[in-house]
Write a protein that binds this ligand. Structure first.
Ligand SMILES: O=CC(=O)O
Length: 316
């Protein structure tokens, strides 16, 4: 990939940056440019940029694509492609790749970890032990996870991996997706409200599209109810965040475990004081093993494209 211009939208994993440089790519570091100058930066370097490496925060929107007439491929360091203008890429004949499969186990692990953390109050129990409060009395009783009804919004690769894990805890599994899937052990509900009415824990695991934006709205939150727990390892905009915050503050929802937020890195401050809420900063795939495998997929896709070989994980 000698001298190929690659626009990197975000500060990448050091390994990815090293490997791109070692392969001779010329890196254009968009994240170092002030936000107000980013389009100008693209235009100034447009004669050289043939590839974009984006991520779940900053992919390739219409304006960026329009500023880059020589763009051939967007290789996203993410499985979700909601920050890539896919119709525009199709129209321009720009190839698009993502990083599926390699992150499935980590994301599913975190979904279960968040669920148990919320139900067993692990972060606040940890604070209790560290602060010495235990010397003054036992910690409060919490809620069992094993055997509880788990409902999953979206039974794709990640949804299925969560189901498999929850089954090991003897949890009955139900799901909502656009159509019923061939999984006879899992109960299908044809609306998110029906699913939420029939589960104790609702996990958001679908892709973010126009149809799934705010799929968790007031009606779904009310159906989940004061004993229900919401887990979001999808995208912030899957959930109507002001409605979620209000339901948690008013005790109309039992708890929440959130990896993603509507306006990252902003986390609603009203949640900070709630023991029934566990907040993590969009880290579901953030292990050394998985992030390295994601980087290898980005590199493999770029190399395949510029060597005119089949892409490893083509989306467009
Ligand atoms: O959010 C992370 C991803 O889409 O990979």
């Amino acid at each position: 990939m000698d001298k190929i211009g690659v626009l990197v939208t975000h500060k990448p994993l050091p390994y990815l940056e090293q490997e791109l440089t070692r392969r001779g790519c010329r890196l254009f570091r968009l994240w170092e440019s002030p936000e107000s100058r980013r389009l100008e930066f693209c235009r100034e370097n447009s004669s050289e940029i043939r590839a974009i490496v984006g991520n779940s925060n900053f992919g390739a929107d219409a304006a960026t694509i329009d500023a880059l007439p020589k763009l051939e491929i967007v290789a996203s360091f993410s499985v979700g492609l909601d920050k890539v203008d896919l119709p525009k890429c199709k129209e321009r004949g720009i190839r698009v790749t993502n990083t599926p499969d390699v992150l499935t186990d980590d994301v599913a692990d975190l979904a279960i970890g968040l669920t148990i953390s919320v139900m067993r109050r692990i972060p606040s129990a940890d604070k209790y032990a560290r602060s010495g409060a235990w010397k003054k009395g036992e910690y409060t009783l919490t809620t069992r996870f094993s055997g509880k009804r788990v409902g999953i919004l979206g039974l794709g690769r990640i949804g299925l991996a969560i189901a498999k894990r929850a089954e090991a805890f003897d949890c009955p599994i139900s799901y909502y997706s656009r159509s019923e899937k061939p999984h006879p052990n899992y109960t299908y509900y044809s609306t998110p409200v029906d699913l939420a009415s029939n589960c104790d824990i609702l996990v958001v695991a679908c892709a973010l599209t126009e149809e799934t934006r705010h799929i968790v709205n007031r009606a779904v939150i009310d159906a989940l109810g004061p004993k229900g727990v919401l887990i979001n390892i999808g995208r912030g905009p899957h959930v109507d965040e002001p409605e979620l915050v209000a339901a948690l503050v008013e005790g109309r929802l039992g708890g929440a475990g959130l990896d993603v937020f509507e306006n990252e890195p902003h986390v609603p401050e009203e949640l900070f004081a709630l023991d029934n809420v566990v907040l993590v900063p969009h880290v579901a795939s953030a292990t050394i093993e998985t992030r390295t495998a994601m980087a290898d997929l980005v590199l493999g896709n770029l190399e395949a494209h510029f060597l005119k070989k089949p892409l490893l994980t083509a989306v467009v």
